[in-house]
Design a protein around this ligand. Structure first.
Ligand SMILES: [Zn+2]
Length: 310
């Protein structure tokens, strides 16, 4: 009996030391302007420690409650977002707006909806969420394992038609517009009164953007130019630190321009792909960005394919 008890104590000690050793990521709210906050995620891959919060989120505090931009990748991730908000305000999250349909943009929706929040997205975003839900849950399980438990995909229930939409919530104005760059159905959310842009996955800073098989470089270039025309004073990017337009131009806008004007042009001139990718393998303007080594060649490859097929 005593021996069993001793073993139990040992097991408990082992479990707590494992827990203590885990370097768990918890987002921290940073003020962008009065009542508008960002929550920046780590630049690397999804993991059990970051609960898939490897992206940027944000929230706006109004007298009627909090509006959250994107809900995280899981139930536990959503809980971490709530904890970060609670350090700023005791108002509840009353609305969630999704900027996209990739896992970390919306798989926390169910958590917030079950607590009474209204979840809003553009119609095509919500449709893409439903379409990719199974695939994203499977992919996430590889990274989050047990910690994904209890997460249920719940696409946004209030959907907005048209290519652009304006929302009034809690006295704030939100202008939503499709970008369709990184992922189909991606949008930006523009707060004209504050000159704050939540760009969603259109803008990456500090790390190189990824061109995925379902991304569009053409849309990215076009959307970035439209965003720049709004001259936002503050940008909360999809990934990386809050920045100004100049930095977003250097680290995202210029890269889309490079992909379109060099790689895309070579594809349209029917130049060989390998030689083109070799020629632009080393780009000092972007090579300092994180993930450059793992993404740049694949990005060019996909850009080439997109331009070749038109
Ligand atoms: Zn992302």
């Amino acid at each position: 009996m005593l021996k069993q008890f001793a073993l139990l104590i040992l097991a408990v000690l082992a479990a707590t030391s494992v827990l203590a050793a885990r370097n768990e990521f918890r987002p921290k709210a940073e003020k962008v302007v009065d009542n508008v906050y960002s929550l920046m995620g780590p630049l690397g891959q999804r993991s059990a420690d970051n609960d898939g919060l490897n992206a940027d989120f944000g929230f706006i505090v109004t007298p009627r409650g909090v509006i959250l931009i994107d809900s995280g990748a899981s139930r536990l991730g959503a809980g971490k977002i709530v904890a970060a908000i609670a350090r700023v305000t005791d108002k509840p999250v009353r609305w969630v707006i999704n900027t996209g349909s990739q896992d970390h943009r919306w798989l926390g929706n169910d958590y917030f909806a079950s607590k009474g929040a209204e979840v809003i997205a553009m119609s095509r975003t919500a449709a893409t969420q439903a379409q990719y839900a199974g695939q994203h849950m499977q992919g996430l399980e590889r990274f989050l394992g047990e910690r994904l438990k209890g997460t249920r995909p719940r696409p946004a229930s209030r959907t907005l038609d048209g290519n652009e939409a304006t929302l009034e919530l809690g006295g704030e104005t939100f202008m939503l517009s499709y970008t369709d760059a990184h992922f189909p159905g991606d949008i930006w959310i523009w707060l004209p009164k504050h000159s704050v842009m939540f760009s969603g996955d259109l803008i990456f800073v500090d790390r190189l953007l990824g061109v995925l098989p379902w991304s569009s470089v053409k849309n990215g270039q076009k959307a970035f130019r439209a965003l720049a025309a709004l001259k936002p004073a503050h940008i909360v990017p999809g990934h990386g630190r809050v920045c100004d337009l100049e930095r977003a131009q250097r680290e995202t806008g210029d890269y889309y321009d490079f992909l379109a004007s060099k790689v895309g042009a070579a594809a349209q001139n029917m130049e060989p792909m390998d030689a083109t990718l070799d020629r632009y393998a080393d780009l000092p303007a972007f090579s300092h960005l994180e993930n450059y080594d793992s993404l740049h060649r694949a990005n060019m490859n996909r850009a080439f394919t997109e331009f070749e097929s038109q």
